[in-house]
Design a protein around this ligand. Sequence first.
Ligand code: C5P
Length: 222
Amino acid sequence: NLPPVIAIDGPSGSGKGTIARLLADRLNYALLDSGALYRLTALAALEQGADLTDEATLTEIAANLDIRFELRAGEVAAILAGRDVSHDIRMERVSMAASKVAAMPGVRAALLQRQRDFRQSPGLVADGRDMGTTVFPDAPVKVFLTASAEERARRREAQLREKGVSVSLRDLLEDIRARDARDMNRETSPLAPAEDAVELDSTGVGIDEVLHSVLQLVRERI
Ligand code: C5P
């Protein structure tokens, strides 16, 4: 009997990262931020000056990633070859590269077992695009969290503004649309709700309310 998985999938900016973290805290479950694995692959590739269209090279980079996640000052830090790259992997340039790298079947295959290895007692909250469809198809709780592209761009802008970064809302919206299109239209594990996923739209809905709905599902199914 494997420990239960709560799969939270959806597009970037839907709030799934926040929800996943709050759930893991509340339930004392482990947390998998699968997007970070694609971001780390992209960052490693960019730093090596690899050709981002060369699937064989990128697959090799993904298979050999030297990474770990560590709790530092209450935050999960991503460590690449001993270096804290938590900040670097969130850069817009890396986001774009990650979504390109993630479209490659070889890269996805190379990261599959690594993701499954996060499953542990008493349970796992897994955040991504294909947690409920490909990585943990047997997850007892599957949520597909969405929000309108405009709302997601606004949230991202607010996040960046807090960090003192100013970007145009129009550019962000364009980036979000480009990433959505790539995630939804790729052949391998496209972004789509699992058949048995519960879809929640967080447009205009507070985090507390979304969390409440998901906890309700957890009580029913785990
Ligand atoms: O969730 P996050 O924005 O950090 O993910 C970065 C990129 O990794 C996404 O744009 C998406 O293309 C890819 N990704 C994926 N499958 C996952 C998680 C992320 O393809 N399970």
